[in-house]
Design a protein around this ligand. Sequence first.
Ligand code: GLA
Length: 744
Amino acid sequence: MITVNEKEHVFHLHNGRMSYLFYVMDSGQLGHLYFGKELRSDGSYLHMVEKAHRPMTTYITEGDLYTSYEHLRQEYPTYGTSDYRYPALEVQGTDGSALCKLEYQGYEIIPGKKPLPGLPATYVEDPAEAETLEIRMRDPWRGLEAVLSYTIFRDCDAIARSVRFVNKGEKTLFLDRAMSLSLDFPDADYESVQLSGSWARARSIVTRPLPPGVPAVSSMRGNSSHQHNPFLALKRKHTTEHSGDAYGFSLVYSGNFLAQAEVDNYNVLRVMLGINPFGFRWKLAPGGEFVTPEAVMVWSNQGLNGMSWQFHALYKNRLARGYWRDRERPVLINNWEATMFDYVEDDLVRFAQKAQECGIELFVLDDGWFGARNNDRAGLGDWKPNPAKLPNGIKGLAQRIEGLGMKFGLWFEPEMVNRDSDLFRAHPDYIIQTPGRTPSHGRNQFVLDFSRPQVVDEIYNQMYALLSTAKISYIKWDMNRSISECYSASLPADQQGEVFHRYILGVYDLHERLIRAFPELLIESCSSGGGRFDAGMLYYAPQGWTSDDSDAIERLKIQYGTSLVYPISSMGAHVSACPNSQVGRNTPIETRGNVAMTGAFGYELDLNKLSEEELKAVKQQVVFYKQNRKLLVQGAFYRLLSPFEGNFAAWEVAEHDGSRALVTVTRILSEINGPYRRLPLLGLDPDRKYHIYSKYLSYEAYGDELMQFGLMLEDQASGQVIEGSGGSGSCEDFRSLVYEVVGM
Ligand code: GLA
């Protein structure tokens, strides 16, 4: 998969579908050549280098008026020479100079892929699945070595990149910017696609043409954030969901990030992704090492959905890991929206009992079970059950739940502490705060300094004590505020720029230790919903709570946007009560079920309060989900109609061999006497006959018809009046249907 043209010093990564090419310049810097559909591996490509004599340019060599780094497409640009665009690397020496020039030293090709120490990363199970190219670069003047690592995957159109720095000199260096990925495209005629939003409204798809300048998304909050996701895509103007070129860039990291696209005056586009340089400064003493997080870049010529497939396949199979990776996830019920902090053991057992009668498999006890936690002003940090609520402790409650034939799960917020807690009273110095300044609070809580191993140890010991004595099968790991006044009492002044990154390394370390101690524990990540929904978390937690907004109609956009990068198996999605507690909307129980089922499915309401008819619907949903969850977790996901663009949302999950599909169609607002509608499907076998079933409809059709003419949408608003369908019932707002398309 990696071909090296030794004569021309050209490196070519290819996997039969996609090519990535770069070369060594005469000066020793690396230049970028091409990324896209596969090119022949025996070709000669150096003529792709474009340069010209341009007035008002800074040139590299006296007498040569053609060669400037400013005009050359580069692979890992550094700061301080003749390139005036943003660099991937910025290094300060103790001499005050920020100049750095990396020169090529050599390369190595390694079968498979090495792990990244202390960091989440994609992996292989068999060395034949991937090949890694390591390029060794060095700044002789600084003594800085950089090893650029590229892994190309055999079965997936993705390349994973990271960089390892070693200070081989005699003087201390400071990394002020060390991006994971930089890539110069020959033109900038793309639109950028980002996932942006806010709490309860995260990951909306935002598409914009690229203007000259430096459009960027980032986080400086310590978590990857609700505001922007560590992801960026590029698409041509005419690229659709299912056709045309699309490139996706995703950072396997959960802290501060920067994703930027710089368009220069020659219409060259430089994409960059990595730790946000703002607030970052890493001290590299002689002999010291630093490894950047991994960035994954994918390419597809089958539109944005094709790009998503590459991410889904890689992240589902070779980023998520462990016991739960390929297993069917349990249907869960969570008590948060139903009870908030107000419950005692018997209430919880009654709550779980009803869920068990409906076939639900896992009961999750959310916030409020520990310390003095009767509201959000106390208790965080004291991970011991509150005897007033749980007289038999977590162990006793877990036993009663297990006695019902269900599994038991528990909520934690490991990284936080309330001022009113035993932990804070004993160790007020454990929080992140700047000496002499008042620390800001968020939700009345403070962030524990996870950059300090002893703080991580304290929380690990508390969690271990519970997990090893009670039968806990699942934890929901929450994180409900961002970091402010960032400073660690344990680090000297010249290492304060390391705190944000060390904090995340501490979070990863705690995850890793828990997974090692309890390999069958299912972890769901959460950060006030989706404030840390990123590829880094997926390595530890195969599912995440997608959003604190559980309204089915809001969720159409949230889940549709999230699916751009993340597999549906990773999206926690629950049926909650109506009127919905976030937006006050009433939606039919069927719609709530249908939307939540395309995710890690569960409930978040008191089933004892439902009508007989609603309970019947819940029981049917649970049976249907269990029958189909293998397909829903492992199938190919197709986005069909975007809720960002119209009154409908539709998606399809199909078996990879096209033998079966489930199609979910939701009409947002009711419309009267509208047009007939058909929905062309994807991924079926054109020559196979299928039976189509929905609540009201049953017919047979071949795959070619279903993919060309389309699935005939049944609903009153599109003109078909179905006798016995309940008349006005089917005409209401927020109606949704699942169609089963079954190969005969
Ligand atoms: C966050 C989570 C919710 C719930 C509460 C509990 O907001 O996103 O699901 O766990 O915390 O305090």
